[in-house]
Ligand binder design. Structure first.
Ligand SMILES: [Zn+2]
Length: 108
């Protein structure tokens, strides 16, 4: 079904990034430190690889985000991008803890 975006090379890189930055960078900007102990952390692309695939392994395009911030960003991307190619079929990283309260947040 889904395209094979998260391959072996990516997983290795993402492990390395989370080792170097073991907290959510968005939470840090809000003055909170969220580590993998608190919430699952994902390595996210600042510029989506659907937009520029060449940036997939570019560490300057990577940001560590907790699943909450990852969700917020993806929801924004999907609502800003009506192109169905950019929609993700299933957001596998969403946990049951996630709820849709984030939608009340004003868009940037
Ligand atoms: Zn966060």
């Amino acid at each position: 079904m889904a395209k094979q975006v998260y391959d072996h090379k990516w997983r290795k890189l993402s492990e390395t990034i989370r080792h170097m930055t073991p907290y959510c960078e968005d939470c840090r900007d809000e003055g909170v430190i969220t580590t993998a102990e608190d919430m699952r952390l994902d390595v996210d692309h600042i510029i989506p690889i659907e937009v520029d695939p060449s940036l997939k392994y570019d560490t300057s395009n990577l940001r560590v985000r907790c699943i909450r911030h990852h969700s917020i960003k993806t929801v924004r991307e999907n609502s800003h991008c009506l192109d169905s190619n950019l929609r993700k079929p299933k957001q596998w990283w969403m946990s049951d803890e996630w709820d849709s309260d984030e939608e009340q947040e004003a868009p940037v």
